[in-house]
Design a protein around this ligand. Sequence first.
Ligand code: ADP
Length: 356
Amino acid sequence: KKYLDESSERKRLYNEVIELKGNIRVFCRCRPLNQVEISNGSSSVVEFDSSQDAELQIISSDSSKKQFKFDHVFRPEDGQDVVFARTKPIVTSVLDGYNVCIFAYGQTGTGKTFTMEGTPENRGVNYRTLEELFRVAGERGGVMKYELFVSMMEVYNEKIRDLLGESSNQPTKRLDIKQAADGTQEVPGVVEASVYSTEEVWELLKSGNRVRSVGATNANEMSSRSHCLLRVTVTGTNLINGQKTRSHLWLVDLAGSERVGKIEVEGERLKESQFINKSLSALGDVISALASKTSHIPYRNSKLTHMLQSSLGGDCKTVMFVQISPSSADLGETLCSLNFASRVRGIESGPARKQV
Ligand code: ADP
């Protein structure tokens, strides 16, 4: 009884916040300048306002400034714990039956994988989320029985591959999207590994990553040209009233958003770039249609958005991390990413406010 009261109170408070702010959050994260940039003499073009944690300004080469506003801006000195603290309430709502999507968007080298996966010393959102889900599930053990399943897929050139489907020396299984009887989108045949601990998930991710890079000239190349999707399916049974829930949490490391130089663009690379552009702009279109509450949402324009259809929109929750580099050398790409993110969020960006 106490649990049910608390749970409905939490939902009520959460819904109040949602009504005020909507279901879509756009967070910007700027990585630090790296050693190479520092020794090249690159400077930072990003300015943060000490009294404002939702705005940043970009200083262009002609010294003009452009201001961007998001739901939150993470600075170079903000660690993985700071980032997770803001993400935690959203990801854990999958235990209350909500579908959730978290995306990392940006140019290659801006920290998408760092934010999502992190490193063994500096774990990212994926690991911390699983740790938290197991912790909360354990805490609610007397009232709720939860089961967690993990799937890992890759979308490359509009084809979906199962990264947990086969061993690293086998070609990986191709998957497709089907509509289930209840109207939701499913990926039939995808491996759903039942998991009981964060360590187990970490091992699965390692084996999935090995499969991912097979066939690529180098592992880094492949990971920047394809979308990597980790899906956590949560089933919950309320031991008091028997009510069941099933929901998905998608943790998505998107392909690099950079425009490829004209000279490089031919053959396979051209095709890859077109597929990446198509799916990233389809994702932008879907989220901005949802944010502006348009009636037609163009889910079908890419495999990525089609696959995520049942987890985007309605009362589903979405977080987009827009990753940027502070370096003057990346100014053009940084502006492209920030403009994309502003469009997605439906927030106008504009010239910087006058400093007073
Ligand atoms: P992407 O996935 O966007 O290509 P990576 O996550 O591989 O980028 O990041 C590129 C490099 O920058 C990596 O060596 C990563 O560890 C480092 N890095 C990225 N973001 C941060 C950060 N916020 N703090 C410290 N190092 C970072």
